[in-house]
Design a protein. Structure first.
Lengths: 356, 96
């Protein structure tokens, strides 16, 4: 099998964050500040990333603006011709911190919103008065002319407000909006019964998105929730095919949730080169391509479309990461998904916040 | 058949929008425009045309330059250039 070079790097600079979102994509076992990779470590990693063909770097977290060296990292990435995208809550963004990022050559910002109402945003993010600070952040970003995408994570509690999310995006002069249904790993999985929408809500969400797309003038990325689907999503576009995730301590993963996979070593970019990890590590070859697949994937005509779905989901729902993603209607364990759908909405007030 | 655009449209000076960057990918040996959450791969004459889109040259100058460089009829080049620029404007890669 020929292994192609990766396209994209998600650099999780820190797990520290002023928000405590109940669907946070960070692992349950958060890494503390003392474990974070040094500036030098990240600079070296960016060199290696550019050298091996990575095109885009997404600076994320936690809240990446909690790292004072962020402008330095962006400036270095730009000097290597890497496309620099910042994924931020906007909470630490002010005129000065933004000017430093702009001056460093930042290409694009994705600003996360938890909702369009103060109340909804505080309930999900767990931080008082977050919403006005985000609105102010969007205004400052516009003032400097940095291209802006608004990211909304949607779920049972805010799906009805998707039309207002589009209105907000247009008001804030965003070029793009991501409407992403909650993905159920880590913290999201803990809060699944409160967040997972009904089939009817999903249909509403899809209709809202299609209505808005017809209006034009706003690019919309729509990430569907796979629990209601019959075929699995091509998670990460295939394990070890395009994407590298690096955790705050320098662990290199095929996706942000992969640390839950048992019985495999997680290589660290401080010990081993990114190139060697991508091409040769046990972790990146574990579920790469189609050779690892069990039936019914192995003989499935769609195996090179969905790549067997999501390994972390197979592990979380069936106890074995090498099983067929149970979202697939052909999975012998598909009933685990049906069970989750039945439980959805039963405990809507019990939310577990993401905390250290 | 598309109507030829008026001559004065060619006095316009095209430039890439902020957030969009032309670059050569040395690992894959191809030209692309880096864009939010994606890269647009450029084929055929597109890289040669876009390398002249520098925020200083007008469309007419770009067409003249290519016409001389490739010793090709101006009409043919005009069609290629305008098709590409319109397509990229629609994709918001170029300032409208």
């Amino acid at each position: 099998m020929t292994i192609a070079a990766p396209m994209s790097l998600l650099a999780e600079l820190t797990h520290r964050c002023p928000l405590a979102c109940v669907y946070c994509s960070n692992p349950l076992q958060l890494e503390r500040r003392a474990a974070e990779m040094s500036t030098e470590g990240w600079l070296k990693t960016l060199d290696q990333a550019a050298e091996m063909g990575i095109l885009q770097v997404h600076f994320s977290g936690g809240e990446p603006m909690a790292r004072p060296d962020l402008p330095q990292l962006i400036r270095h990435a730009r000097s290597l011709n890497l496309y620099t995208n910042l994924i931020t809550s906007g909470i630490l963004l002010n005129k000065d911190t933004l000017a430093a990022l702009d001056d460093a050559g930042l290409d694009h910002i994705q600003l996360s919103f938890q909702d369009v109402t103060n109340e909804g945003a505080e309930r999900i993010g767990g931080l008082k008065n977050a919403q006005p600070r985000k609105l102010e952040a969007a205004r400052l970003i516009n003032e400097l002319g940095i291209p802006l995408t608004l990211n909304f994570v949607v779920h049972r509690e805010n799906i009805a407000r998707i039309p207002d999310m589009f209105t907000l995006a247009r008001d804030l002069k965003a070029q793009r909006v991501e409407i992403a249904h909650t993905q159920y790993y880590g913290w999201g999985l803990k809060n699944r019964s409160a967040l997972l929408p009904s089939r009817e809500q999903l249909n509403d969400a899809t209709r809202f998105v299609e209505d808005e797309q017809r209006k034009g003038g706003l690019a919309i990325d729509y990430v569907t929730p796979d629990y209601h689907a019959e075929t699995p999503k091509p998670c990460m576009d295939g394990w070890g095919r395009r994407f590298i995730n690096i955790t705050p301590s320098g662990r290199v993963l095929p996706c942000h949730a992969a640390e839950i996979i048992p019985n495999v070593a997680f290589p660290n970019v401080e010990d081993t080169s990114l190139n060697e990890i991508w091409f040769d590590s046990e972790l990146f070859n574990l579920f790469r391509g189609t050779d690892w697949m069990p039936e019914p994937c192995r003989s499935c005509p769609k195996k090179e479309e969905d790549w067997g779905g999501c390994r972390c989901q197979a592990l979380a729902l069936t106890g074995n990461a090498a099983n067929t993603d149970p979202i697939c209607s052909k999975s012998p364990l598909h009933h685990t998904v049906d069970q989750a759908l039945k439980e959805a909405g039963k405990n809507p007030t019990d939310l577990l916040y993401r905390r250290f | 058949m598309t109507t030829p655009p008026p001559q004065d449209a060619q006095t316009r000076v095209p430039s890439l929008a902020r957030g969009y960057r032309l670059q050569h990918d040395k690992v894959r040996d191809l030209w692309l425009i880096q864009a939010p959450e994606k890269a647009l791969i450029l084929e055929g004459a597109a890289p040669e045309i876009l390398r002249l889109v520098d925020g200083e040259r007008s469309i007419a100058t770009i067409i003249d330059t290519l016409s001389v460089r490739y010793d090709a009829p101006r009409d043919l080049i005009t069609n290629d250039v305008l098709t590409l620029l319109n397509d990229l404007t629609e994709k918001r890669a170029l300032r409208a």
